[in-house]
Design a protein. Structure first.
Length: 318
């Protein structure tokens, strides 16, 4: 009789052995400098742990990141890894779901984002890029990141939400910025963690919830107005298409939740979770700027450079 020995537990890649509170401090205060130090010290695949996530593996090599994204969804739960985004994108967002439920919600959201349909928004993106370039100072340095974020938000408001230039668009932009800008600071992850863990008695968490309700107030009111619009089917923006009856588009029926999920997923806060990945309007803006003549710009060193690609995922237990 032969007894098989149990398989040896998988060994995680090397990483800092500092206490989790110290690694958390490194993330919050060191930012890119801390991540670059970890990469140089431990290699392209690093195991880390913070007060917000006990253990996770971060990949810095673009080839490894590509392989990870092509991995089996049965073992790699991106939704679980994105749990900290829940207060921003909503607990039922496609970014937080895994498995069959993720695929079902993904099928609801994908049709309006098909490549051919996006071509209808090329002129909108070009107009937004031209307007942003016109605001650039001439002959003096300026921070490019702020301009790119402003441009990305403007394209989202026009192409995704379908707003025309005016007071309503400006008000939604103001409320979105008020909600997400505090989260882009070093202590923003602390606020999100407090909300996720139900510690809403903190003043910062309460302010975030108030600002999120202010954004939802506009979004749900707009959903009501669009559904009452007899010309809804004639609109070409993503937000309106998600609200059309299924019989008019030939795909599973979307709901107000789908439209709200889409709007939250497109917020600048979720875009900041993928540093170095420019929005659809960024390359358009820079291309047109280069054609228009030389410009001097500076980049914000508080965010990773475009050459640093990193991703993290949590594997499900065997």
């Amino acid at each position: 009789m032969t007894t098989l020995a149990p398989p040896a537990p998988a060994r995680l890649p090397p990483g800092p052995r500092f206490p989790r509170w110290l690694q958390t401090l490194g993330f919050l205060t060191g930012g890119v400098r801390y991540l670059e130090w970890c990469r140089r010290r431990y290699g392209e695949v690093v195991t880390m742990g913070t007060l917000f996530d006990e253990r996770f593996v971060m990949l810095f090599d673009p080839v490894a990141v590509k392989e990870l994204f092509q991995g089996s969804a049965d073992g790699l739960h991106a939704g679980e890894a994105n749990a900290l985004l829940g207060p921003i994108v909503g607990e039922r967002s496609v970014l937080l779901l895994d498995g069959a439920e993720h695929l079902r919600h993904r099928r609801l959201l994908l049709p309006p984002f098909h490549g051919k349909r996006m071509l209808a928004h090329v002129e909108t993106m070009r107009a937004c890029a031209d307007a942003e370039i016109d605001r650039w100072p001439v002959g003096e340095p300026f921070t490019l990141l702020d301009s790119m974020q402003s441009l990305t938000l403007r394209v989202i408001l026009r192409a995704v939400f379908g707003y025309a230039p005016g007071a309503e668009e400006d008000e939604l932009a103001r409320r979105l910025r008020a909600m997400v800008e505090p989260l882009s600071r070093a202590r923003g992850v602390v606020v999100l963690n407090a909300v996720v863990r139900g510690r809403n008695q903190r003043a910062s968490a309460q302010r975030f919830e108030e600002r999120k309700r202010a954004v939802d107030e506009i979004i749900y009111a707009e959903i009501g107005r669009r559904r009452a619009d007899p010309d809804l089917a004639e609109r070409d923006d993503v937000f309106s298409e998600l609200l059309l009856p299924a019989t008019m588009r030939g795909w599973p029926s979307p709901t107000a939740r789908s439209a709200t999920s889409c709007s939250r997923c497109c917020s600048p806060a979720t875009r900041r979770r993928r540093p170095g990945w420019p929005g659809p309007s960024t390359s358009c803006c820079m291309t047109r700027a280069c054609r228009s003549g030389p410009a001097t710009a500076t980049t914000d060193t508080s965010t990773p450079s475009s050459r640093s690609h990193c991703a993290s995922a949590r594997s499900s237990p065997a």
